[in-house]
Write a protein that binds this ligand. Structure first.
Ligand SMILES: [Fe+2]
Length: 388
């Protein structure tokens, strides 16, 4: 029997080459006149940064710059961004960048209308009221933050990661312009693309998956399997970039509806302890977790293998499901994702501590199609360490 299904989401999505040119009219339709622009320094100085500033030049909307975002952001970036926004009377927040930037921008927007600091809201449904309206513009095809109600922060002192999860974090508008992803280097294209694949697979096989999320997740798997190699090796081809941006958005919506699983739970400690970027941590762990997971839902993993283009003719459902691991491993190797924790210089003796930290991530673990204990987590880390 299906649990109750309640779906919320982004209010407006604008997709297509050149969509970024709609950003001013979107601000105006929100009634905004002072927009906090959240980006990182590199983006601010890039062609994208300059062209966005030009779009607002001599317009009725004044841009208030907040260019302080760093990767795997700490909570104080949201706190200080909110101080700037309040001091400057911002009435809307724009985030342009990867997942870190959009997570910070979403958090700033709610802090403008809710007391305290962002750490007060780490958890589920703790944000009391809507924030400023937001416009999110991804420049990578992977994190899906433009589609979700989550902002993730890294707490360096306690070596933990925590998410603020609230429907008030859903962006008002997502502007998806594939042209903005054309300049992404091959390695970032590869790791963020694998993050999107992880969202798609984990949301599809989540115990919370349902009739609305499943088609989105499965379609994302199909598109990523067909086009991620092209986006990595032919990064200037707008068709590959368009496909990947579509897929990461679909996967983000699947994730927002049904959650992620053990790959994300095990990946978080890699980021919190050793600064491994989120996409890379997921990409490396994905085949090892799938190896463990597929017997937990043969039916769904058989669907995934077929969506990834594996030939299931004459095979049992179980053997078809197992092909998912092979398909993901082949994709990961083809696009030069590191295959072992050893390659990232992660010390093997940190495994018990990482497993303990992963077990604290109850929400993704509860969604996982097969139960994960601390022993299982250690076992997966060991296999990933040696590349078995
Ligand atoms: Fe992710």
């Amino acid at each position: 029997m299906q649990n109750l299904v309640a779906v919320e989401g982004v209010k407006k999505t604008i997709f297509g080459v050149g969509a970024i040119n709609q950003i001013l009219s979107e601000c105006l339709s929100l009634g905004a006149s002072r927009a906090l622009l959240v980006v990182d320094r590199a983006l601010a100085q890039s062609e994208i940064g300059t062209s966005v500033e030009n779009l607002f030049r001599n317009s009725p909307v004044q841009v208030i710059p907040y260019y302080e975002v760093t990767p795997e952001p700490s909570p104080d970036l949201a706190d200080s961004g909110a101080e700037t926004a309040k001091r400057e009377n911002a009435d809307c927040v724009i985030g342009i960048g990867g997942g870190s930037t959009m997570d910070v921008a979403k958090a700033i927007a709610v802090l403008c209308k809710n007391e305290g600091k962002i750490l007060d809201y780490v958890g589920l449904d703790l944000v009391k009221r809507p924030g400023l309206p937001t416009i999110m513009v991804p420049t990578t095809a992977g994190t899906g933050s433009e589609a979700t109600f989550t902002s993730v922060f890294t707490m360096k002192e306690t070596k933990t990661k925590g998410g603020v999860n609230s429907p008030f974090l859903y962006p008002h508008t997502a502007i998806l312009d594939p042209a903005l992803t054309l300049g992404l280097p091959a390695d970032i294209t590869a790791s963020t693309g694998m993050d999107a694949l992880t969202h798609a697979i984990e949301s599809f096989t989540s115990l919370q998956a349902h009739f609305m999320s499943e088609p989105l997740s499965l379609k994302a798997i199909e598109i990523i399997s067909a086009h991620l190699r092209g986006a990595v090796f032919g990064g200037s081809d707008i068709l590959f970039r368009t496909s990947m941006l579509k897929a990461s958005y679909l996967a983000g919506m699947g994730l927002a509806m049904s959650g992620v699983g053990a790959v994300h739970a095990l990946a978080y400690p890699l980021g919190a302890f050793f600064d491994v970027p989120h996409g890379l941590a997921n990409a490396l762990l994905l085949p090892y977790v799938l190896e463990y997971n597929y017997p937990g839902d043969i039916e769904k993993f058989a669907h995934i293998a077929r969506a990834m283009g594996e030939n299931s003719k004459g095979l049992s459902k179980r053997d078809t499901a197992a092909l998912t691991v092979k398909a993901v491993r082949n994709l990961s190797r083809d696009i030069n994702i590191p295959q072992k924790l050893m390659d990232l210089k992660i010390p093997e003796d940190s495994i018990p501590e990482m497993a303990e930290a992963a077990m604290k991530l109850k929400r993704p673990l509860m969604n996982n199609p097969r139960p994960v204990t601390a022993g299982v987590a250690e076992d997966i880390y060991h296999k990933a360490f040696e590349g078995m």
